[in-house]
Design a protein around this ligand. Structure first.
Ligand SMILES: NC(=O)c1ccc[n+]([C@@H]2O[C@H](COP(=O)([O-])OP(=O)(O)OC[C@H]3O[C@@H](n4cnc5c(N)ncnc54)[C@H](O)[C@@H]3O)[C@@H](O)[C@H]2O)c1
Length: 275
């Protein structure tokens, strides 16, 4: 008899899959890496923050999951090539790429200096581009050899559709990440490579502490979230497992918003009846 648990396990299992995960040490990254490992994947944890990566690996291994640590600066092309090679040497293949490394700096449009502009672009957009290029070459080679390509999951942002003041460069990078997602889906479907974008809303992590602890900005955000609470990294787990698994075999080029009803309109205004 097929039980619900065994049916779901077969549908969403990541058993045997290898995930290269950038920005693994961050708030969203570490929650997603733990979940992917829990679902059966071996996760290659990549970030610039070595001590946090090692702590995360310890937690995953303690929970009987598989994870390895790889120091990766996504702005360094040589580092990217060496890291991809190291992971392929270690596991033999890469089935899923999650591009999660990202930064933000909240400054008015008129006040950005070139260095800050370049740094945000280099990590969020250029870094995502070249990590993806290196991993997709590997996935293409795997497809030609075995018939199996892979799944790319780009972490975009709410800011691709609903822009906050002071986030112009960040919003431009994340809109670019979504545009890349669509190009990847179009150009690489023939190699069995799918690409999708998860655009989180306002998630409580180190990146957004400055906003959630701010007296007026946090109030503003809550008013614009229909569910009237911040998102948590764990809220993104479900869609990430879906996109990493074969359950999403016919899904590519899509953006998934995980925003508690922000883009849909946030808190309603006063109205007369409940109907
Ligand atoms: N927190 C949110 O509300 C939110 C909303 C929308 C999108 N996002 C996106 O989600 C992703 C993760 O965000 P988070 O909130 O977990 O932030 P975070 O600051 O907790 O994590 C970001 C991670 O990226 C790593 N990183 C930074 N520069 C790097 C580089 N050059 N090379 C490799 N790694 C680097 C950091 O070390 C850190 O571990 C980011 O892409 C962010 O833009 C976050």
């Amino acid at each position: 008899m097929i039980t619900a648990a065994s049916y779901l396990e077969k549908l969403f299992s990541l058993e045997g899959k290898v995930v290269l995960f950038t920005g693994a040490a961050g708030g969203i990254g570490s929650a997603l890496c733990k979940a992917l490992a829990q679902a059966g994947a071996s996760v290659a944890l990549c970030d610039i923050n070595l001590s946090s990566l090692q702590a995360l690996q310890g937690e995953i291994v303690q929970a009987d999951g598989g994870a390895s640590v790889h120091l990766l600066d996504v702005t360094d092309k040589e580092n990217i090539s060496a890291c991809v090679e190291e992971i392929v040497r270690m596991y033999g293949h890469i089935d899923v790429l999650v591009n999660c490394a990202g930064i933000n700096k909240r400054i008015g449009l008129a006040d950005y200096d070139e260095q800050t502009y370049d740094r945000i672009m280099d990590i969020n957009l250029k870094g995502t581009f070249f990590v993806t290029q290196a991993v997709a070459r590997q996935m293409k080679e795997q497809f030609l050899r075995t018939g199996k390509g892979g799944s790319i999951i780009n972490i975009g942002s709410h800011n691709t559709g609903w822009v906050l003041g002071g986030c112009s460069v960040y919003a431009a990078t994340k809109s670019g990440v979504y545009a890349l997602t669509k190009s990847e889906s179009v150009e690489w479907a023939k190699y069995g490579i799918r690409s999708n974008c998860i655009s989180p809303g306002h998630i409580q992590t180190p990146l957004t502490t400055v906003t959630w602890e701010h007296p007026t900005r946090s109030k503003y955000l809550l008013e614009h979230i229909a569910m009237n609470r911040p998102g948590y990294p764990e809220d993104i787990v479900g869609v990430c497992i879906l996109l990493a698994s074969d359950a999403s075999a016919y899904i590519t080029g899509c953006e998934y918003r995980v925003d508690g009803g922000c883009i849909s309109g946030g808190q309603p205004w006063e109205y007369d009846t409940d109907f």
